[in-house]
Design a protein around this ligand. Structure first.
Ligand SMILES: [Zn+2]
Length: 510
């Protein structure tokens, strides 16, 4: 009994150092003085044999931190943390699958508890194994690559099962608008006819749902579509709730030290601070805020500081990504977030001749969106009207959508009115290639000076975990350039160039 406890304790220590270091080889070596070979993958299983330091094992299978091995003709399980090159899968079967053993298992940007949370796995979710680092495993889940704690997953060498297409069971719920204003459209398409506007706090009966869109019943009883990112779902009917408890939405905190407040306002008192990765059930919404339940106590968090977890929506998105195999020259299966700079109270820069940056960024973004959609992409705009949208909210839109690309549209200005030209920025190294492609595409189509691709420290890029760029389409502070870049012709050419660059970037990834 005492020995088992001792073993368990040393296990926790050694586990973090040794497991799993690599995958793909078929041998492991006993690293401790005496190691028990057990009937099953756990300390509670009976001991079949004892192995000594230096004994070589053939690894047949892995389950969590346990290895099913063959040692001198005897098969059984050993704790991987007691072997020196542990957690290996049989040779030739290295295409490992990681299966989550926990709900709300955080997928992080780096192998560290303080790294940003990109998404979550639910119990039974499968992801592709990439590599291991200490007690972390790098995985690919849908379009997302990130790190999960090895403690909460098992490894399997089977090929991933096709994710079952989840049937939408949101019918019977209510959709509440969370932004100042949003267009109601005839079809689930940004180019579709606008048939009205819905305002903050308005509630609609949900008829059906399609990826990023929700079909609602309007006040006059007809059906129409709204972009589902602009609101939240609530109040499923009793029968739906009984049939599936996984419908309950939760939020996951993105940043360490996020304030949880007593009311839905930044001026209200802070009840407590939450850490990145913590999840709380959503009990309601109030404007841009989520009402949460924390040990029975009510608290509010701003929606741009969290990601939402809705298991049904996630599975649907994953199924969609898997079922569509992309071909060259097409953007089908890709999700692209288009970010028109500024909006609302934030006017951006104002041209010498009075042009407001926020107006032309939106016009440009609309043109770009329609080109991307025509090529088959799923396009999400961070704003569709003259609306103030927090920068962090723009980034969280990319995270929630698991965007394949994030394109921020801006127009430039500086105190020196002689400065002109086109500049494309990136912040993180994984954004550079997209910046190069987009810039090459745009500079080919427009006639203004080429200022090249530059490294810039912009929040929407810096905090963005996806390939993201910010393009400055010329200077409004130069009177001649202002005249050129505010025309429909210029916007048409510039968006064609950006579109070409995006297409070539994705074609190069195939
Ligand atoms: Zn700007």
């Amino acid at each position: 009994m005492k020995k088992t406890l001792q073993l368990a304790l040393s296990a926790i220590l050694i586990f973090s150092l040794l497991w799993p270091s690599s995958i793909g080889a078929s041998d492991a070596t006993i690293g401790s003085e005496i190691v028990n070979l057990r009937q099953g993958p756990g300390l509670s299983y009976p001991v079949i044999d004892q192995l000594e330091k230096g004994d070589t094992l053939t690894v047949l299978e892995a389950s969590g931190e346990w290895l099913y091995v063959e040692a001198e003709g005897t098969k059984g399980w050993v704790a991987s943390w007691l072997t020196t090159s542990a957690a290996q899968l049989p040779a030739g079967k290295a295409a490992g699958v990681v299966i989550s053993q926990a709900d709300h298992l955080n997928i992080r940007s780096e192998p560290s508890l303080s790294a940003a949370v990109l998404g979550q796995l639910f119990k039974g979710n499968e992801a592709q194994y990439i590599k291991a680092d200490g007690e972390w495993i790098q995985i690919k889940h849908g379009q997302m690559t990130g790190w999960v704690s090895a403690k909460y997953v098992t490894l399997s060498n089977q090929q991933p099962e096709k994710i079952e297409k989840a049937t939408s069971s949101l019918t019977g719920s209510t959709f509440t608008i969370n932004v100042d204003a949003v267009n109601i459209r005839k079809k689930a398409d940004l180019n579709s006819k606008k048939i009205g506007v819905a305002y903050r706090g308005e509630r609609f009966k949900v008829v059906s749902q399609s990826t990023n869109w929700v079909q609602i019943e309007t006040k006059d009883g007809s059906v129409a579509w709204i972009y589902s990112f602009y609101g939240s779902f609530s109040g499923q009917d009793a029968s739906k709730k009984a049939s599936s408890t996984s419908q309950n939405e939760t939020v996951t905190i993105i940043y360490n030290g996020t304030n949880l407040r007593s009311e839905a306002s930044t001026s209200s008192s802070v009840i407590q601070r939450a850490q990145a990765g913590e999840s709380y059930p959503i009990t309601g919404t109030a404007g841009d805020w989520y009402q949460l339940s924390i040990d029975g106590q009510e608290a509010y968090v701003a929606n741009w500081l969290v990601t939402i977890n809705n298991p049904t929506k996630k599975t649907q998105a994953a199924a969609k990504k898997i079922s569509t195999e992309r071909k060259k020259g097409s953007l089908k299966g890709l999700t692209i977030v288009v970010d028109p700079g500024h909006g609302g109270n934030d006017h951006g820069t104002t041209g010498v001749r009075g042009t407001e940056e926020k107006e032309i960024t939106l016009k440009t973004a609309e043109l770009l969106s329609s080109k991307l959609q025509a090529a088959g992409a799923e396009v999400i705009m961070t704003r569709q009207s003259d609306l103030y949208v927090d920068l962090r909210k723009r980034v969280s839109t990319a995270h929630q959508a698991q965007a394949d690309a994030f394109i921020s549209i801006h127009y430039d200005a500086t105190t020196d009115s002689s400065v002109t030209g086109l500049t494309t920025y990136y912040t993180n190294s994984y954004q550079k290639e997209l910046a190069q492609y987009v810039h090459a595409g745009a500079s080919k189509q427009v006639e203004i000076r080429d200022r090249g691709v530059q490294l810039g420290n912009y929040l929407v890029l810096r905090e963005n975990r996806h390939p993201s760029i910010l393009i400055e389409l010329g200077f409004l502070s130069n009177p001649n350039e202002e005249r050129t870049i505010t025309t429909n012709y210029y916007r048409e050419q510039a968006t064609l160039g950006i579109y070409n660059g995006i297409l070539q970037y994705f074609d190069a990834q195939l």
